[in-house]
Design a protein around this ligand. Structure first.
Ligand SMILES: *[C@@H]1O[C@H](CO)[C@@H](O)[C@H](O)[C@H]1NC(C)=O
Ligand SMILES: *[C@@H]1O[C@H](CO)[C@@H](O)[C@H](O)[C@H]1NC(C)=O
Ligand SMILES: *[C@@H]1O[C@H](CO)[C@@H](O)[C@H](O)[C@H]1NC(C)=O
Length: 481
């Protein structure tokens, strides 16, 4: 593979890296580590600042669908409080019907520390858990759902936002003044229960390998995309630069009536296909296990998306669908850069090949994958997406800010998990790229696209993991429109 390397800010340097350094820096003395971290942080901040957002002519972004109120609790504390014994063995369930399944399903994702979200098909159980969470010391409430989180991040970054979702009036009151809501007003908002856990938490015989969350919900409004009609009407006059679709995982394993889901998604497809050519469309993936729904997404949503965002679980999950194998529900939560880049190249190629064969819709010109240790973005050369290097840096900084719960990054609460250099592919003889602390974002050209990779300053004092992907994706997008 011939690669033209762009490291940091400028194009051009073709690096041939002969020496691979095996000195992982956790073996280096602490002071050297701190210096590296400080250098990476200041370089990422500089990269982020390189591009400003025009907050006079605010970029216009429309984001759908849905939203909820999140109750965030410590997962293990909650399960102990309701007297749920650790499951004898971890087991995956597509949805949760009773307490035993909840214990098995939680154990399945908790031990490896993999992000997951499941539907609870038992109102009694779900209400009991919500009631227990209300009583739990240290619980927090916040605005949740992919669309409102992305909308808030974008409004916070200087965009003017149209948000498609049905909310209660007090919910509307806490949204930014730069967000206009299109949807119905509801009395009882949907509640999502976020079971957070830090790295090294224990539950019976299980110990979590990394910080993450397990989300459960039992929504009444969100699966029906009930704000879609109002949102669609407003779109015509709002004329967004970017249209973002997320929150469709609320349809996963939801007991729809025959044909109902397909009707909703084909309505969505019509809406997306009527977007103006100058409006870019982004779809944010999520935790899906319902294979039929995934196929419907490929059929109704992907053909209209210029851009996709997802995490390290969702990427192999999608690929498994293309490969015709069983849908993966659990993948390595700490994948290597080379593995993720290979998967990204494959997905980019497969989606575009499908698009070409269909002869309609939009080609995929952007793919952003967020992982714990790094951010990676692929952008088609000559496409509408700008500032990929700065966007990757911003995504990486946002990961720390979100998880640590602070806009100011404290290097003493951060750690670099990425090695001193990374291989661009698992193929034998692939090039290695050193991680330069003064130019931590590596960008290079391949085929018809550019790839940028940035290390994440992984937060070591976790405030919250839920909503991270949405904040990160949104932060990356705002610099690219
Ligand atoms: C639903 O949950 C309740 C409370 O945990 C339980 O008593 C009941 O058996 C569950 N229903 C089903 C169908 O599993
Ligand atoms: C795929 O899933 C089916 C049904 O759950 C199972 O019977 C089959 O063994 C699985 N195949 C593979 C390759 O895992
Ligand atoms: C992520 O989004 C939520 C909801 O808008 C917000 O409360 C939180 O502060 C955001 N995190 C960052 C780093 O902006």
């Amino acid at each position: 593979m011939a690669i033209e390397l762009r490291s940091g800010f400028k194009y051009g340097t073709v690096l041939s890296i002969a020496v691979v350094l095996f000195a992982y820096w956790f073996r280096l003395p602490r002071s050297v580590l701190d210096e590296r971290l400080d250098a990476v942080l200041s370089s990422l901040l500089r990269a982020e600042r390189k591009v400003g957002i025009n907050d006079v002519a605010r970029p216009r972004v429309a984001v759908g669908f849905g939203g909820c109120v999140d109750i965030i609790v410590d997962g293990v504390t909650l399960l102990n409080a309701v007297g749920l014994q650790p499951a004898g063995r971890p087991l995956h369930h597509d949805y949760v019907e009773n307490a035993e399944q909840l214990a098995q399903s939680f154990a399945y994702f908790f031990a490896p520390g993999a992000a997951s979200e499941r539907f609870v098909l038992n109102d009694t159980l779900f209400s009991q858990l919500v009631e227990a969470s209300r009583e739990l010391p240290g619980n927090r409430w916040s605005i949740g759902g992919n669309a409102p989180v992305m909308a808030s991040r974008m409004a916070g970054e200087g965009c003017s936002v149209l948000l498609g979702g049905s909310f209660s009036t007090d919910f509307n009151d806490v949204l930014s003044q730069h967000i206009t809501v299109a949807g119905n007003t509801v009395e009882e908002p949907d509640i999502h229960l976020i079971l957070e856990y830090p790295a090294g938490a224990t539950w019976g015989q299980y110990t979590s390998r990394r910080a993450n969350r397990y989300i459960i919900h039992s929504d009444d409004h969100n699966p029906y995309l009930d704000s879609m009609e109002e949102f669609e009407k407003r779109l015509q006059t709002f004329k967004p630069d970017l249209l973002v679709v997320g929150g469709l995982q609320m349809m996963d394993n939801f007991p729809f009536k025959q044909g109902q889901r397909e009707a909703l998604l084909s309505h969505l497809a019509r809406m997306l296909s009527s977007a103006a050519p100058q409006t870019s469309v982004h779809f944010e993936m999520a935790s899906f296990v319902d294979e039929d729904l995934l196929w419907d997404l490929l059929r109704f949503v992907f053909p209209h998306a210029d851009s996709l965002g997802m995490n390290e679980q969702e990427l192999p999950n999608l690929l498994s669908l293309f490969r015709g194998t069983n849908v993966t529900v659990l993948s390595d939560p700490n994948p290597r850069v080379a593995t993720v880049l290979d998967q990204m190249r494959e997905l980019y190629r497969l989606v575009n090949r499908r698009q070409q064969a269909a002869g309609a819709g939009r080609p995929l010109s952007r793919l952003h994958v967020h992982t714990l240790a790094f951010q990676a973005i692929i952008v088609t050369r000559g496409s509408q997406w700008k500032n990929t290097m700065s966007a990757t840096a911003k995504a990486s900084l946002t990961a720390n800010r979100h998880v640590c719960g602070s806009a100011d990054i404290d290097p003493s609460k951060a750690r670099l998990l990425m090695d001193e250099s990374f291989s661009v592919s698992r193929r034998e003889g692939s090039q290695r790229i050193p991680l330069q602390e003064t130019r931590p974002v590596s960008c290079w050209l391949e085929d018809d696209y550019e790839i940028c990779v940035a290390p994440v300053l992984v937060c070591t004092e976790v405030y919250q993991t839920a909503g991270g992907g949405d904040n990160i994706s949104a932060a990356g997008l705002v610099l690219q429109i």
